[in-house]
Design a protein around this ligand. Structure first.
Ligand SMILES: [Zn+2]
Length: 390
């Protein structure tokens, strides 16, 4: 397999301030030039009203972010806020051209420094002994805290993959994808150091069917003040498996899938792409590095470069699944920043909500009401189909 150019996986970064004080970062081979363009807009700082509340029955945090109802919704193409600025249209990106940019969302779900959710204002952990695992963060139990709320600290960033409005991630060259990877690595490491951040999540929603409000190719990064529910469940599963077998669950699952081989889609020197045995979605692929690492910053240059080749191949297969490009969610799963991450394996989960041309998989009564999934496509058939589309 062509490993691409490892040098491309280390792009340069230049940070500038936008008119309302938010930070924007240019990533790429020519980082200095875009910094010469100041933000010419008059922007008042956005009013952020969000908080986190704890759902005691499900044992998970929920962000209440009422200000987001006012955010930009599917603007006309010539008013896209993610295109480079022109003389007539001052966008979020002041420069007339860019490779990859990352900036703080003007309408963030999570915002600001603060203690991790449920912790005391000085950042020390409160009583975590009541029915929690080492990985969980929750408020102290008691009637007095059942209706508590905490500031939704953390950060939400937008990642623009390309300056071209009609492009998609699948259109990028391996070198351009490597610049995006470089941005993900940089942000994962830097946001993990921010006070109160417990987990960093890089993701992309693609397609109006997923609820994307801006069509310009972009992803997002959330730095949460708590461990997310799915990661918490995975950590509990890992702890239970280790307790019973003394082994790592991710390692054993990957080894079992490789031995079975029925659901393997792509196998590189450094990565494996597979449809999981108990896939929830019609077309769902998980990408694992062969060498288990906790997060993106721990990947070596060869693994980063091969990821770009493999991921682009996979996205192009997804685009050929149906009569039009598949809407998808692409989600990086990384170990939490502070607690409980020793058994966790970095991986990417890519799935589409489309099950056939013109047919979407809806999260209906069983899935939304009970969290109980039923998948209409056999994982083995999905893997065979994706292998054929190469
Ligand atoms: Zn655009």
């Amino acid at each position: 397999m062509n490993r691409g150019d490892p040098r491309a996986s280390r792009a340069s970064k230049t940070a500038v301030a936008l008119a309302d004080g938010r930070t924007l970062m240019y990533f790429g081979a020519i980082p200095g030039r875009p910094a010469d363009y100041p933000d010419r807009r008059r922007l008042d700082p956005a009013v952020i009203r969000s908080e986190v509340r704890f759902d005691w029955l499900l044992g998970e945090w929920v962000v209440i972010a009422s200000h987001r109802q006012d955010r930009t919704f599917q603007p006309a193409d010539n008013q896209c806020p993610l295109c480079p600025s022109t003389a007539d249209n001052c966008t979020e990106i002041p420069a007339p051209e860019y490779e990859v940019v990352v900036f703080e969302n003007r309408f963030p779900t999570l915002n600001g420094d603060g203690p991790a959710a449920g912790n005391a204002p000085d950042g020390t952990e409160k009583d975590l002994s009541i029915g929690t695992t080492a990985s969980g963060s929750r408020p102290s139990a008691g009637r007095g805290s059942l209706l508590g709320a905490w500031p939704a600290a953390g950060r939400c960033e937008v990642v623009c993959f390309s300056q071209h409005h009609t492009a998609s991630f699948a259109d990028l060259s391996p070198a351009q994808a490597a610049t995006v990877m470089s941005a993900w690595v940089d942000r994962s490491a830097e946001l993990a150091r921010q006070p109160g951040v417990e987990q960093v999540y890089c993701f992309e929603n693609r397609g109006a069917e997923i609820g994307v409000t801006l069509s310009h190719p972009h992803g997002q990064i959330y730095a949460y003040p708590y461990i997310t529910p799915r990661t918490d469940r995975m950590l509990r599963s890992c702890a239970g498996y280790r307790h019973e077998t003394g082994r790592n669950l991710f390692d054993d699952l990957l080894a079992a899938e490789l031995e079975d081989s029925a659901r393997i889609v792509l196998a590189g020197n450094h990565w494996i792409a597979l449809v999981p045995h108990a896939a929830h979605w019609p077309y769902e692929v998980h990408l694992y590095p062969r060498r288990r690492v906790p997060g993106l910053p721990a990947l070596d240059d060869a693994a980063r470069a091969e990821f770009c080749e493999l991921y682009l191949d996979l996205l192009r297969r997804f685009d050929r699944l149906f009569d039009q490009p598949a809407p998808y969610i692409s989600a990086w799963h990384q170990a939490p920043v502070r607690r409980g991450g020793t058994d966790f394996a970095l991986h990417l989960e890519l799935f589409t909500v489309r099950r056939a041309p013109g047919r979407l998989k809806y999260l209906a009564g069983s899935e939304s009401g009970m969290g109980a999934f039923a998948n209409d496509v056999a994982p083995e058939a999905a893997a065979a189909r994706l292998r054929q589309l190469g």
